[in-house]
Ligand binder design. Structure first.
Ligand SMILES: *Cc1c(COP(=O)(O)O)cnc(C)c1O
Length: 412
């Protein structure tokens, strides 16, 4: 059977190992070793020069991590996949590969809290300008792009605002201006969304979320689709002659990743490889429960509003269906009358856990304004559209009736 023609589950489960395992192990073993030895000085030289694909040191490559990367590559059909030790490491490594002092990044204020802080504080201190605009408006995106723009960065569904960017419209703008589109797709895994089909050039995933298989570990992925011409990038242009569309990956793997030292560890790669095996069944169940809960909570009088882009009443419903299908992820938010009502709800929960994180197997609730966004000033929170009245739910694998009963009693 031709493995290329398999559907996603077949590809995940049956991606071959790079080398046959000497014991015939069915799961890729954990190669828990910092370094790898060579028979001769010549073989060692060839490995260090990258002339052969042998492993030298686990900050650079490791067999277990590489196998995890190859599974992701087979399901995304990417040019390259790089696994790192958190979603933030994926974002920082990817952006540092693109940006230099004097360049700018066009993005939105509606970002994951640490991403916002990385852009607004860390990058700014190195002379990289961050231009916040309304990514729902492709004209505004276009007017912020200039010759120093090294990338447009977005989240496919913002969190916790749950805004959806029109990816075809934005990738048309970035394509026209020769600027790479970098998308954080953490909230919809590969089985629900294909970034490549919507013109994304570099995809970022926090694999801590869906892929880890129930919050087992932190991880991040940088996926390069090889669909961008880097000639116009002042930073990557010198690599184009040798690496062509692989210039970004070459810079990332040969310089940035090595120097920043955030490669994924083999134990984590093992856990996340197993997590991938159950990704589609978990996603189907959690998103089906999520939609049912969102619909039922909409009917409760104490709930001011429910925000889930899979609800036909949602302003982004059609765009969301076109990009992510009818069940856009397993996260939704709802508003109660006040901050006090939210705290009372949180405190009364008896099954649902009070915790940050997304897409654990357990359902989690959080009050974003007082936690994830708690250190931002009220003005910044307002600009980020993070309301005091909002609760965010990440739906897990419990039975929908058990969850609904807990919500009902905690709201009442
Ligand atoms: C969690 C998250 C991140 C950061 O990932 P970590 O693995 O926690 O570093 C980035 N973006 C989004 C959308 C996230 O949900």
């Amino acid at each position: 059977m031709n493995k290329e023609e398999l559907s996603i589950n077949g590809k995940i489960l049956h991606t071959p190992f790079g080398k046959e395992d000497v014991y015939g192990a069915l799961n890729m073993p954990i190669y828990q070793s910092a370094a790898f030895e060579f028979n001769t000085a010549e073989e060692m030289e060839a490995a260090f020069k990258g002339q052969v694909a042998d492993h030298t040191y686990s900050r650079i490559t490791n067999p277990t991590v590489q196998y995890f990367e190859s599974r992701v590559q087979s399901i995304t059909d990417a040019l390259s996949v790089t696994a790192v030790n958190s979603g933030m490491a994926a974002i920082t490594n990817a952006i540092i590969t693109l940006a230099r002092t004097g360049s700018n990044i066009v993005t939105s204020q509606h970002l994951f809290g640490n991403t916002y802080s990385f852009f607004a504080t860390t990058l700014a201190s190195f002379g990289v300008e961050v231009r916040f605009c309304d990514l729902k408006n492709p004209v505004e995106v276009e007017s912020n792009i200039d010759k120093n723009t090294c990338g447009v960065f977005l989240e496919i569904i913002t969190n916790p605002q749950l805004e959806v960017a029109d990816l075809k419209a934005i990738s048309a703008v970035t394509g026209q201006h020769g600027v790479p589109l970098v998308a954080d797709t953490t909230v919809i895994p590969f089985c629900g969304f294909s970034a490549k089909d919507f013109g994304v050039n570099i995809e970022i995933v926090s694999s801590t979320k869906y892929i880890s298989g129930g919050a087992t570990s932190l991880g991040g992925l940088i996926i390069d689709y090889g669909n961008f011409d880097w000639t116009g990038s002042s930073k990557l242009n010198p690599l184009v002659k040798e690496f062509g569309p692989g210039a970004f990956t070459a810079k990332l793997r040969k310089e940035i990743l090595r120097n920043l030292g955030a490669y994924m560890t083999p134990q984590v790669a093992y856990l996340q490889t197993l997590g991938l095996e159950t990704l589609t069944v978990r996603y189907e169940r959690a998103t089906s429960t999520c939609l049912q809960l969102a619909k039922r909570l909409e009917k409760l009088s104490q709930v001011e509003s429910v925000n889930y882009t899979g609800l036909p009443t949602n302003a982004f419903y059609e765009l969301s269906c076109a990009q992510f299908g009818e069940r856009p992820g397993a996260m939704f938010t709802f508003d109660l009358v006040s901050r006090e009502a939210c705290f009372s709800f949180m405190n009364k929960l008896s099954l649902v856990r009070r915790a940050t994180n997304l897409f654990d197997n357990k359902t989690l609730a959080i009050h974003p304004a007082s936690t994830i966004f708690g250190t931002f000033s009220p003005e910044v929170r307002k600009a980020m559209n993070v309301s005091d009245k909002t609760i965010r739910i990440s739906v897990g694998l419990e039975d929908v009736e058990d969850l609904y009963r807990d919500f009902e009693q905690a709201i009442g």
